[in-house]
Design a protein around this ligand. Structure first.
Ligand SMILES: Cc1cc2nc3c(=O)[nH]c(=O)nc-3n(C[C@H](O)[C@H](O)[C@H](O)COP(=O)(O)OP(=O)(O)OC[C@H]3O[C@@H](n4cnc5c(N)ncnc54)[C@H](O)[C@@H]3O)c2cc1C
Length: 484
């Protein structure tokens, strides 16, 4: 470690990784420290994956200022990085005519926030022309055609690969434990950021530590905000259920959340959730009570949905600041220390706009931004070998056997894809899952896990016993069985 950077980023969620990638356009040295073994394993991996249109945030808030503008920038990220993103549009549904005024108010709010193309659709028949399986009780919807879906972990992995290829140093398994600030801001490397495995020096520090952003700010004596976690739980249906839901479907929002939505995820399966549970301590454990609440919210909107096809459930944590708004800007306590904290929903939507804003802020603070002539904005995805013809396989794959060997039967993932995921940075079963979808199908890894352990062990040159699900002691194998 022990290096000096112009900018140190703490946290490799979509926010920290996005900022690092945007900075990699310039001749700026960037180092990013992440406590987990991979990118996107905080809130970024467990959310609805919606790129909101931007009508929901209260005008005048920081959230509102980055929502519609973030939405509009999405293709600027997803196209060069080859990340699937679809503007499938969203509905906010009401079952009572008396709530039409509330839909109109959302339209006015959206227009104030810069959202375009908002409209109401009235009458159940008209709504069902676009969403045939929605409840017959739905009387009207607010339609926001600019809303879309993205796989947040795939986006963050793509941002990471591109940032790394353009020169950003990533340090994984490096939880930041303390930050020392030297007295003289003129000194190069004014900050010393101390992680469990060493320290780095830098002129600017970006605090993008998600749920821990309040704690990281307090490491430099900035106690201006605290984070109050709020859990959201989800059910996920088998990806074999296709075309049952077309739009991102919300109920009427409540004061504290956008309600339990039902939507196709970017990668095809249907997802429903989240509920809203304020917690004293962060926890992503799912609960029977919470999942029942999610189930009932989803079946209110789609009474015929085949809930026997639920393959898994999960939970994510909202990083809610006391202000209930994003905490973005230079700390009042320490020059050069920039908070990007309290990034609850719609943080994924806002990420491209926030990243651009932080680059501008650093320039205003004196960071020299000379465009890097070698910057390449493009990144290729891992090929889906099972969808290629033999000729295409011959063109792409060095090892044709690997490109034909199906490892994950549910999602038809080949050994070549798994090996490439490892070559690109996966070191765990979850790292492979988020890059390839192996273990995301109906059997949830029942079939492919032993083979994946074998491949990881071979490629990383470690014993199978050392292979983990998600780092930090999550081993799968206890020891060898004896023959006879
Ligand atoms: C239930 C739910 C649903 C949501 N749905 C949507 C949605 O549909 N659309 C939308 O726009 N937004 C949504 N959001 C919000 C969105 O997910 C977040 O705003 C976004 O993921 C925040 O990204 P982040 O990078 O700030 O945080 P994170 O992804 O949590 O990243 C922070 C990173 O910092 C690391 N870290 C923490 N402490 C340290 C340390 N000491 N040292 C080093 N690293 C550290 C963590 O390991 C983590 O990787 C949702 C959120 C939740 C919880």
């Amino acid at each position: 470690m022990d290096s000096t950077y112009d900018v140190i980023v703490i946290g490799a969620g979509v926010i920290g990784t996005g900022i690092a990638r945007e900075l990699s356009r310039y001749e700026v040295n960037v180092g990013l420290l992440e406590k987990e073994p991979d990118v996107g394993w905080g809130t970024t991996k467990a959310n609805s994956g919606i790129i909101h249109a931007g009508y929901d945030a209260k005008p005048g808030t920081v959230k509102a200022s980055f929502s519609a503008s973030g939405n509009k920038k999405y293709e600027e990220w997803t196209e060069p990085l080859s990340v699937p993103f679809a503007r499938i549009g969203s509905f906010v549904s009401t079952t009572e005519e008396s709530q039409l005024d509330d839909l109109e108010r959302l339209i006015e709010q959206g227009e104030e926030n810069g959202v375009e193309e908002l409209e109401t659709i009235q009458g159940n028949n008209n709504v069902r022309e676009l969403e045939p399986n929605i409840s017959e009780k739905v009387e009207a919807v607010l339609h926001a055609p600019t809303a879309g879906v993205v796989a947040p972990y795939k986006l963050t992995i793509a941002l990471y690969e591109n940032a790394r290829d353009n020169g950003v140093d990533f340090f994984f398994n490096s939880p930041v434990e303390s930050i020392k600030v030297k007295d003289d801001p003129e000194i190069k490397g004014n900050f010393e950021v101390v992680a469990s495995d060493g320290e780095v020096h830098g002129d600017y520090v970006i605090n993008a530590a998600g749920i821990a952003s309040g704690k990281v700010a307090s490491m430099v004596g900035d106690d201006s905000f605290s984070i109050f976690p709020a859990r959201g739980e989800y059910h996920l249906l088998d990806s074999e259920i296709k075309n049952y839901v077309n739009k991102i479907n919300f109920p009427m929002p409540t004061g504290e959340s956008k309600g339990i939505l039902v939507t196709p995820a970017a990668e095809g399966s249907i997802i429903f959730g989240p509920n809203h549970q304020p917690l004293k301590e962060p926890s992503v454990a799912t609960t029977r009570e919470g999942l029942n609440e999610v189930f009932s919210g989803a079946t209110d909107l789609f009474p015929g949905i085949d809930t026997s096809k639920i393959v898994t459930n999960f939970a994510g944590l909202r990083a809610k600041a006391g202000s209930d708004d994003f905490e973005i800007g230079e700390s009042d306590e320490v020059e050069g220390f920039i908070n990007v904290g309290g990034i609850q929903s719609p943080g994924l939507t806002a990420a491209p706009a926030i990243s651009g804003h932080i680059v501008d802020l650093l320039e205003d603070k004196g960071l020299e931004l000379t465009p890097d002539p070698d910057f390449d904005p493009n990144r290729e995805p891992i090929p889906r070998f099972s969808e290629l013809s033999p000729e295409e396989i011959a063109e792409y794959a060095e090892d044709r056997d690997a490109a034909r060997e199906i490892v994950c039967r549910c999602e038809e993932i080949t050994r070549a894809e798994v090996e490439e995921a490892i070559d690109r940075g996966a070191t765990t079963l979850d790292g492979i899952k988020f890059r390839t979808r192996a273990r995301m199908g109906s059997c949830q890894g029942g079939f492919c896990t032993p083979r994946l352990v074998e491949i990881l062990s071979d490629k990383l040159g470690v014993s199978p016993k050392e292979v983990t699900k998600k780092g930090d002691g999550s081993y799968l194998l206890a020891g060898e069985t004896k023959e006879g």
